[in-house]
Design a protein around this ligand. Structure first.
Ligand SMILES: Cc1cc2nc3c(=O)[nH]c(=O)nc-3n(C[C@H](O)[C@H](O)[C@H](O)COP(=O)(O)OP(=O)(O)OC[C@H]3O[C@@H](n4cnc5c(N)ncnc54)[C@H](O)[C@@H]3O)c2cc1C
Length: 402
């Protein structure tokens, strides 16, 4: 079968492309992974490490939309759109608003539930296979709320979790302290998802998968792919600064940059980047022992190998705008307000480009009418969670199993 498949080029070495390249190679395919940077150094570098199978509520929920206008005006709110980027963002924003209809929300939740299926066990198996089982922390996720009002704002999301059979437990202040003694007294209500997990170093995880891919015979090419074109002899031609390459199949897994390759082919995706930030404190100790979500502030807090990481925020600012230090400062301030002992701890900051579809559902599979062209794009806020399953789905399809 692999012989018939021919060469598969995977464009993009983020967590999606690397998982896919490894899965295909494992099944015997000839695979070249192409990235202009070191694999894992895009959005997959600095995420919060949460494996969140129950996060099935799309971002565009009816409740969220009511608060959007206020968020757009305030550069310190969890969602921010700089005015200068508004004209470019408008078409996507229109699709985003349209996706908040009840029918669309239900459809997105259903797709996401299917895609998140068995996410934790898939990653446990993958981490074992590539020799880094210690990176998967299985201590659950704790979502925190100060009061009933803030919890009520997320009620639709919790109802969806319930509907799809995800297990969680509501706990009070004593329950919160029993799990995480260092939590600020302002948090009175917790929702605990005991079977969720955390990757304690997302970059090291991607690198471990990448090195295993090389070890079993995968090939890598450090190149910027500038254009894709059907090749005269069948398959695809990939134009790069260093010359052209050909492959029978091309999978575009170029994250937030994918439209640059797809637009010229007439493949139009409602893909926009939502820039997110993190603050990484240095020092192995962490005031939390599992992923904690400060739900009222839309901030994820995780005990990474290197120390506490505080991540989140959405900034719709495109691919070119420089990162905005104010966004990371907000995270820093929230961290210091919430946990003691961080005032003098050294830290670094980072910004990454989440690849986001308007309806929060990634696009995975072959492109109709473009034989040999495949997409694994738009994983938004949950690309780490969905990477292993996405790889399996595309590999199944490519090998003709499904
Ligand atoms: C602050 C933050 C927190 C997050 N937290 C979580 C979380 O807790 N859990 C979770 O599941 N997800 C989380 N995410 C989302 C997750 O990180 C992304 O969904 C995921 O990294 C997307 O992976 P990707 O492989 O599609 O893109 P990327 O990791 O961005 O990879 C794309 C790659 O393609 C390469 N590339 C692009 N164009 C070209 C080209 N033309 N030629 C060659 N190479 C190219 C880039 O160099 C890059 O390496 C978070 C994101 C952010 C920003």
């Amino acid at each position: 079968m692999p012989e018939k498949l021919g060469m598969v080029a995977v464009v993009g070495g983020g967590v999606i492309g690397v998982c896919l390249a490894y899965e295909l190679r494992k099944r015997g395919a000839e695979v070249t992974l192409i990235d202009r940077e070191e694999p894992g150094s895009g959005c997959s570098f600095g995420n919060s490490g949460a494996i969140s199978p129950s996060s099935i509520a799309p971002l565009a929920m009816p409740g969220v939309l009511k608060s959007v206008p206020g968020m757009l005006r305030n550069p310190e709110s969890p969602l921010y759109l700089p005015w200068g980027y508004l004209p470019q963002a408008l078409p996507w924003l229109g699709r985003f608003v349209w996706s908040a209809r009840r029918a669309s929300v239900d459809a997105s939740a259903k797709s996401l539930a299917a895609l998140h299926e068995a996410a934790v066990s898939r990653h446990q198996a993958l981490a074992r296979e590539v020799g880094v089982p210690e990176l998967i922390l299985q201590r659950g996720h704790l979502h925190l709320y100060p009061d009933e009002n803030t919890l009520a704002k997320d009620a639709a999301g919790w109802r969806l979790r319930e509907k799809y059979g995800f297990q969680f437990e509501r706990i009070d202040r004593d329950g919160i302290v029993a799990l995480e003694p260092g939590i600020n007294p302002r948090y009175r209500i917790g929702m605990f998802l005991a079977d969720h997990a955390t990757v304690r170093n997302p970059y090291r995880y991607v690198q471990a998968i990448f090195h295993k891919f090389l070890e079993i015979g995968g090939q890598v090419s450090r190149a910027d792919v500038r254009a894709l074109q059907p090749a005269a002899a069948g398959g695809w031609r990939l134009d790069t600064a260093a010359g052209a390459q050909t492959a029978q199949h091309v999978v575009v897994a170029a994250g937030a940059w994918s439209r640059r390759l797809l637009d010229p082919l007439g493949v139009k995706l409602a893909l926009e980047t939502q820039r997110g930030y993190h603050v990484q404190f240095q020092g192995e100790s962490s005031p939390v022992s599992r992923t904690v979500v400060l739900a009222d502030r839309k901030v994820f807090v995780a005990p990474m190998e290197a120390g506490l990481r505080v991540g989140g925020t959405v900034e719709i600012g495109g691919l070119r705008l420089a990162s905005n230090p104010r966004r990371a400062e907000v995270l820093l301030r929230i961290a210091r307000e919430t946990f003691q002992g961080l005032e003098h701890q050294p830290f670094s900051t980072w910004m990454g480009h989440r690849p986001c579809m308007a309806d929060s559902v990634p696009v995975i599979g072959p492109v109709a009418g473009r034989t040999g062209l495949w997409l694994a794009v738009g994983h938004g806020h949950l690309g780490l969670t969905d990477s292993a399953h996405t790889a399996e789905l595309i590999a199944n399809s490519l090998f003709g199993d499904r």
